[in-house]
Design a binder for this molecule. Structure first.
Ligand code: ISJ
Length: 116
């Protein structure tokens, strides 16, 4: 069974042209988000190494509360759903804490006596 597609109308051609332009902007923003996230993770990696070296806890719930409150406020001002902003931040922070635990485990493994 074959399906016949009528060629796009002039109206649809214009809409597709506009769609392509908007998608170009979305692709640019997605790339920017990846670069920004990579930069953030480079800094949090440094924090993780500092904490592991000085035996500080991987997570800081008080700092997180302040970040959530601040980002919710910024989201509200930018007409972004504050619930989404909070979920997104918590998602990123959970990954950072996971990295910090792994760094701390590695640091502990290299400083613990080998038992030999
Ligand atoms: C990066 C840190 O470590 C953790 C990760 C955070 C983050 O990703 O912003 C914030 C607090 C900590 O739970 C920090 O303490 O600053």
């Amino acid at each position: 069974m074959t399906q016949q597609h009528a060629s796009p109308t002039k109206d649809q051609q214009e809409a597709l042209q506009k769609l392509g332009e908007i998608r170009g902007s979305i692709d640019n923003l997605d790339a920017a988000m990846i670069h920004i996230l990579a930069e953030r993770f480079r800094h949090t990696q440094e924090v993780g190494e500092l904490k592991a070296k000085h035996d500080l806890p991987p997570s800081d719930p008080e700092r997180e509360k302040r970040q959530v409150a601040r980002l919710r406020e910024l989201a509200h001002e930018s007409r972004l759903d504050p619930e989404f902003a909070e979920k997104f931040l918590n998602f990123v922070i959970a990954e950072v804490i996971h990295h910090h635990r792994r760094i701390a485990e590695g640091a502990a493994a290299t400083t613990e006596p080998s038992g030999e």
